[in-house]
Write a protein that binds this ligand. Structure first.
Ligand SMILES: Cc1cc2nc3c(=O)[nH]c(=O)nc-3n(C[C@H](O)[C@H](O)[C@H](O)COP(=O)(O)O)c2cc1C
Length: 184
């Protein structure tokens, strides 16, 4: 791959949720993406990434677990109701967790490694022609979602990624120039 091709791929990845509801995503593609994500840099080789693949009715179950936690935490009825069905908006909802570290530093570095892995996954999805959307775990629902996925206590939900075949392509977006300071 040339740098120009890499640069095109990076810019082609956009957060988008307009997806073909009728067209499923072959689970082998999801497996490939999770495998590529696991090649992200990882200090101390803790392999902290955890993946939960939700399709079909399981997306409803995830929505209900998340919504119940939000309700318990006093979220508005409107938000709670929306959450019950929101994971149905794409054929696959991929929950990405970070396994807890043994120290505070390891915890932080695990989260950084998993976030790097998520970006790899999003770029891979873009290369496959898939649309993707990195969303946060709703406030107060982290532990319920982790438990629902069968992950250890202390797992941080790094991303809830919507994946599906897009029905539109977003143009790339200009970004402010990065802040770069040169030291010599
Ligand atoms: C850690 C993280 C959490 C995010 N959570 C949300 C979210 O909950 N809802 C949302 O609309 N977008 C979320 N996003 C996506 C950003 O809003 C999106 O990347 C940004 O608007 C830039 O758009 P682009 O990805 O198309 O370049 C999240 C992104 C990151 C990195």
């Amino acid at each position: 791959m040339t740098f120009e091709e890499f640069s095109q791929l990076v810019r082609a990845r956009r957060t988008q949720l307009v997806m073909d509801q009728e067209r499923g995503v072959d689970i082998s593609l999801i497996n490939q993406l999770c495998t590529e994500a696991s090649y992200a840099p990882n200090h101390q080789q803790t392999w902290p990434w955890l993946f939960g693949v939700f399709t079909g009715e399981a997306r409803h179950g995830l929505g209900n677990v998340t919504a119940d936690a939000m309700q318990r935490n006093g979220d508005t009825e409107m938000k709670v109701t929306k959450t019950r069905t929101k994971y149905m908006r794409s054929p696959v909802l991929l929950v990405v967790g970070t396994a807890p570290g043994e120290t505070e530093l390891q915890q932080e570095e695990n989260r950084d490694a998993v976030a790097a892995g998520v970006q790899t996954l999003l770029l891979g999805a873009t290369a496959m022609g898939l649309g993707s959307f990195w969303s946060s775990c709703p406030k107060g629902a982290n532990d319920d979602v982790a438990k629902h996925c069968g992950w250890p206590q202390g797992t941080h939900i790094t991303a809830m990624v919507y994946l599906g075949w897009p029905t539109r392509t977003l143009p790339d977006r200009e970004r402010p120039a990065p802040a770069i300071t040169y030291f010599s």
